[in-house]
Design a protein around this ligand. Structure first.
Ligand SMILES: Cc1cc2nc3c(=O)[nH]c(=O)nc-3n(C[C@H](O)[C@H](O)[C@H](O)COP(=O)(O)O)c2cc1C
Length: 304
């Protein structure tokens, strides 16, 4: 097994393997993110950070459904300044950190990204699944707005910028192209799928926000389709995300065109051991099929 290489280069980032946690499922304290790395992830991703502390929605914010969960957290976070304090501890240990961020205006996106970039994160992940930017219902559903925000952020940071796409759009390839044209170094595909859960006893929606985002295995086929369509459209690398619970799911994403993968809901349902399990399964798969490196299988399903 010695000659199998899990290490990858992703938009200039050198990572020991292609796995990372998905934004938001483990918060952003240095202690928890360090655990993710210790348990085998190649990089760690923060919960989405905004300019100021934000409360999020009242409970209930999470409900388990068949093969997944629906959450409507409302982007609660302690603000960018808080995380810059945590970041120093992670950087002292050489852990690659990708900071997820959002803004309520274009200026806020730029300011949060600049502070994180100056603070020393290794890369940024722009969360497109947020309302009210430039009066747009959902930023990620307007290709023009995605291009403008990407371009504005890219102009003032000097670390790789990943744009995380929303699956709640009619043409994800168009949004992927807009992000690429705006100068994104890579994409993350995808965030959660809009959903509702109803309680038959109270005869009311379960979540206080009524709608939330579906994640977990139920999301996987949709997310794979999004990765497929984005991969057909753009040259920049894609981080696949949505319902990945084991090495086989990870391999499906790589074959579909993802260069790396993120695990969210499965960390909550199966624990942090999922990273090592995926790393080991991936290594066995590559060896059993005569490959030496992860990059050799990226996008193979597209080749005739
Ligand atoms: C509780 C929870 C909180 C999340 N918070 C964020 C967030 O802060 N920023 C973000 O971009 N995505 C957030 N997500 C979406 C995940 O990063 C991921 O895109 C989605 O859950 C699909 O992956 P999964 O099926 O592996 O969970 C959150 C998901 C969950 C379940």
């Amino acid at each position: 097994m010695a000659e199998i290489r899990l290490a990858i280069e992703l938009a200039g980032l050198r990572l020991r393997n292609p796995t990372m946690n998905a934004a938001g499922v483990l918060g952003l304290t240095a202690g928890l993110l360090r655990r993710v790395y210790e348990e085998g992830a190649g990089a760690v991703v923060t919960k989405s950070l905004g300019l100021k502390p934000r409360m999020g929605h009242p409970n209930p914010t999470v409900v388990y459904v068949e093969a997944g969960l629906i959450n409507a957290m409302g982007l609660p976070n302690p603000g960018v300044e808080y995380f810059l304090g945590e970041l120093g501890r992670l950087k002292a240990e050489g852990i690659p950190v990708i900071a997820s961020f959002f803004g309520e205006t274009l200026e806020e996106f730029v300011e949060v990204a600049s502070r994180l970039s100056e603070g020393g994160v290794d890369a940024l992940e722009l969360n497109c699944s947020c309302p009210n930017v430039e009066g747009v219902g959902l930023l990620g559903s307007d290709p023009g707005a995605v291009e403008r925000v990407t371009e504005a952020v890219k102009g003032c940071v000097d670390v790789p910028l990943f744009v995380k796409l929303s699956p709640n759009v009619s043409d994800i390839a168009q949004v992927a192209r807009a992000a690429e044209q705006g100068g994104a170094d890579g994409l993350t595909a995808v965030n959660t799928l809009r959903a509702v859960a109803i309680d038959v006893e109270t005869r009311r929606p379960i979540l206080s926000n009524v709608t939330g985002g579906l994640s977990g295995p139920a999301l996987k086929p949709v997310a794979l389709r999004c990765v497929w369509e984005a991969a057909e459209e753009v040259e920049i690398p894609i981080i696949g995300c949505g319902g990945i619970s084991n090495w086989r799911d990870a391999v499906e994403y790589l074959l579909c065109g993802a260069s790396a993968i993120q695990v969210g809901t499965a960390v909550m349902s199966r624990g942090l051991g999922v990273f090592r399990e995926i790393d080991e399964g991936l290594r066995r798969y590559l060896e059993a099929n005569g490959f030496k490196e992860v990059s050799e299988i990226v996008g193979l399903a597209h080749k005739a």
